[in-house]
Design a binder for this molecule. Structure first.
Ligand code: ADP
Length: 212
């Protein structure tokens, strides 16, 4: 879905059509004290976006799906920083055994591994832990650094990106969670983890906003 940010005038047109539609372009123009020609591009945009329907000799009328689309667009354009959850982080020297315990204790699906300076170095998912547990009897001796997905293969999201950006990354990479990161101010090219965005985060954002 393409998200179109409506102008103030386009919002006004939508309100008029919602209240008085079906209504002709000329009647809308009169209500706004504008000419029909001035409104033509706005009406074209609203019609192309699917917000308005136009029928010859009837006029413009409101598409009830618009509300839902607008809601969806509002949610998708929220920024990651406002929705990020607390990241659950372990040292990359942590054993697979302790990582499994941590997953249960923290009730999360993914852990982020950091090096001794606290910079992001890996991602450990449930499947990584299951894979390591099959046929490995010495889980207390096996560090997560051996089984984790490492930098630079980690897909991350920045705090200023949108929930839609995050959702696309989750879907395209077939993963459940994204570390929210920022570059270290002291060590260039090193990355700090400041949060996490998961499929649950995005589902919750939709559920919360649609309940308002
Ligand atoms: P699960 O293992 O519970 O199905 P995921 O689908 O998130 O969880 O993980 C699948 C694989 O992708 C794992 O090997 C994991 O290490 C890796 N992975 C998870 N999140 C990321 C990420 N943000 N960037 C890169 N790889 C990831």
């Amino acid at each position: 879905m393409t998200i179109i940010k409506l102008t103030k005038r386009q919002e006004e047109i939508l309100l008029i059509v919602k209240k008085d539609g079906p209504i002709t372009g000329k009647q809308i123009a009169d209500k706004l004290s504008l000419t029909r020609a001035t409104l033509r591009p706005d009406l074209a945009i609203l019609t192309m976006a699917g917000s308005l329907e136009a029928k010859p000799r009837v006029g413009y009328y409101f598409n009830p799906n618009t509300e839902l689309k607008k809601h969806a667009a509002d949610i998708a354009s929220q920024i990651v920083n406002d929705y990020k959850a607390h990241p659950i982080v372990v040292q990359k020297s942590t054993s697979v055994y302790d990582a499994i315990v941590q997953i249960f204790l923290e009730d999360v699906g993914t852990l982020y591994a950091v090096d001794k300076n606290g910079f992001l170095s890996g991602v450990i998912s449930r499947k990584d832990l299951l894979r390591a547990a099959i046929g490995n009897t010495n889980l207390e001796e096996l560090p997560v650094s051996v089984i984790m997905t490492r930098m630079p293969n980690i897909v991350t999201v920045k705090p200023e990106e949108t929930l839609l950006d995050a959702a696309k990354k989750l879907i395209h990479n077939h993963i459940d969670s994204l570390p929210v990161v920022r570059e270290s101010e002291t060590e260039p090219n090193m990355i700090e983890v400041i949060g996490r965005i998961t499929k649950t985060t995005i589902t919750r954002a939709y559920a919360e906003m649609l309940e308002i």
